[in-house]
Design a protein around this ligand. Structure first.
Ligand code: NI
Length: 142
């Protein structure tokens, strides 16, 4: 194994308990191995974002619509990049929380930038950007 560097991280007790339960269920021997896999997954996804040509991605966001001006901020950001936003779906999960799914299409780095910007908006509780094949990519597969 390559040289290892030891790091320490801080996180909420509740989050750690849930993480430990999850990785035990998934069969990880150690937290380190689970975190290594998470990091590798992030790196691989990042590489996919830098592919050439138009890319298609789906962004999911869960947020509290009571959070100050959050819903308006998310809408403003999407209007500002309306050329990249193909369609959006909004689901009211309950009294407080909303799920929004947006399909983005355009140059990879622009799609990535908008996705990152949406997910980094303060108050977005959970979300991810998933890149998928564009028409050009799929054509190449025959
Ligand atoms: Ni809603």
């Amino acid at each position: 194994m390559a040289d290892l560097t030891r790091i320490s991280i801080s996180l909420e007790e509740n989050l750690l308990q849930q993480f430990d339960k999850l990785i035990e269920h998934k069969g990880y021997a150690t937290r380190s191995e689970a975190i290594r896999d998470l990091i590798r997954d992030l790196l691989i996804r990042q590489q996919a974002r830098h592919a050439h040509g138009d890319q298609v991605a789906v962004v999911t966001m869960v947020f509290d619509h009571h959070a100050r001006e959050l819903a308006a901020k998310l809408i403003d950001k999407q209007h500002h990049h309306h050329n990249l936003v193909v369609s959006s779906l909004h689901v009211h999960l309950g009294e407080r929380h909303c799920l929004e799914v947006s399909v983005l299409r355009g140059p990879g780095h622009e799609v990535m930038h908008l996705g990152d910007e949406l997910l980094a908006t303060k108050g977005v509780l959970h979300g991810e950007i998933t890149f998928t094949g564009s028409e050009g990519d799929l054509e190449k597969l025959g």
